[in-house]
Ligand binder design. Structure first.
Ligand code: PMP
Length: 398
């Protein structure tokens, strides 16, 4: 059965990680993989997570099965985190939330659910989008098309072109939107642009599908879910997937959620039964630990405040690094405007370098980034920023 198989090409980011690991240059920098890193280059366990884990270890009395929907308390609390308390209350039984194995599990569960309800539905994704959106949605059977999004030349959103393409989407089509901190480009819709998208969805009847993987890493927990909340308030139907990988630092615990908002409580109930059957057929039930930790934190005022405080530190560090990088690049006297880096949000931005310039950074300076010149801002720190800016300047001037 396996004799005729050929290995697939290696994943470029994993390849970069391996090359970085084996590089002996003490000045090497890893700007490739998308995990948060602190000033020391570590990806720490958050304080509130440690405390919640200690409580769980002491108090948990059973490891018995939960359910395909996961932990009910997690689902209620995460819905409130994403949608806000008021709106969650207003939506009532029109909303159903499922705990999922990370954001990836949520995206795939949603795609499998849609495929069941309306096979081969068209889903429009931004150009560019996170590379993993394509297999996660496409391999479930959805037909992927793109809408224009990032303008690499002017470092902004091609909003008119985006709206022009979305105006051709019809009822039954889905439109994938990044809730905040767009991966890979860092350019987010303004509140006015979200309003225009909401109006277009109301007129044309397409269903927005929001991937919220970085809530709290852009401008704040509520600010980053402006678009989600607006669309949830205005539209009859919405799909939202959220991830706790970045904002709770729970990457390997695989913690996320899928929320479906339907036009009526009957439609929501029917959706929930279909989603439960879909989850059952893929992985039966999501892993518990991360969701239990999140539920413990969100339900406890002290843990919740400490988590929000640490998340604010993370966000401010990222935003501070964005400003510092622009300042350092300016100091190098490069004849280019990098100020867009400061306007963009979250962990990623494109530096706007050619593949040759990226290869120069890797081969001559041991600075590891993907060919598109997307960098993980959190890989920068006060001891490598000057070397990074100098190296970029040298690569650009060649
Ligand atoms: N969506 C986007 C845009 C992401 O960048 C990520 C993580 N890199 C995810 C979803 C899913 O993350 P996870 O499965 O680790 O929760």
């Amino acid at each position: 059965m396996f004799d005729s198989l050929n290995p697939l090409p290696a994943d470029p980011i994993l390849g970069l990680m391996a090359a970085h690991r084996s590089d002996s240059n003490p000045r090497k920098i890893d700007l490739g993989v998308g995990v948060y890193k602190d000033e020391q280059g570590n990806t720490p366990v958050m304080r509130a997570v440690k405390s919640a884990e200690a409580r769980l270890l002491a108090d948990q009395t059973s490891k018995s099965y939960v359910s395909p929907a996961g932990l009910a308390t997690f689902n209620t609390l995460i819905a409130s985190l994403v949608l806000g308390d008021e709106l969650t209350k207003t939506l009532g039984d029109r909303r159903v939330t499922f705990q999922t194995p990370g954001g990836c599990g949520g995206l795939r569960l949603a795609a499998e659910f849609i495929q069941k309800v309306r096979p081969a539905s068209k889903i429009l994704v931004s150009d560019p989008t996170w590379a993993n959106h394509v297999p996660l949605l496409g391999e479930a059977g959805l037909q992927i098309e793109t809408y224009p999004y990032y303008d690499h030349k002017n470092h902004g959103i091609r909003f008119d072109a985006m709206m022009e393409r979305l105006s051709k989407a019809a009822a039954g089509d889905l439109v994938l939107l990044h809730g905040c901190c767009h991966n890979p480009c860092g350019a987010d819709l303004s509140n006015e642009q979200w309003q225009a998208v909401a109006e277009l969805a109301q007129t044309n009847g397409f269903t927005p599908f929001i991937d919220l993987a970085y809530q709290g890493l852009g401008d704040g927990l509520a600010e980053d879910s402006y678009g989600v909340r607006l669309l949830a308030e205005k539209l009859p139907e919405l799909i939202v997937v959220s991830s706790c990988s970045k904002n709770f630092g729970l990457y390997r615990e695989r913690t996320g959620s899928l929320t479906v908002i339907a036009g009526s409580s009957e439609a929501a109930r029917a959706s929930a039964s279909q989603i439960a059957a879909t989850a059952r057929a893929i992985y039966s039930m999501p892993p518990d630990h991360g969701a239990s930790v999140v539920a413990e934190i969100l339900a406890d005022d002290t843990l919740n405040s400490d988590w929000e405080l640490e998340l604010t530190e993370v966000r401010e560090r990222i935003n501070g690094l964005r400003s510092a990088l622009v300042t350092e690049l300016d100091r190098q006297g490069i004849d280019r405007d990098f100020s867009f880096i400061e306007q963009e949000k979250g962990m990623f931005s494109f530096l706007g370098l050619s593949v040759d310039q990226v290869q120069t950074l890797i081969n001559q300076y041991s600075i590891y980034l993907v060919d598109s010149s997307r960098i993980n801002i959190a890989g920068i720190n006060s001891s490598n920023i000057e070397y990074l800016a100098q190296s970029i300047a040298e690569a650009v001037k060649r």
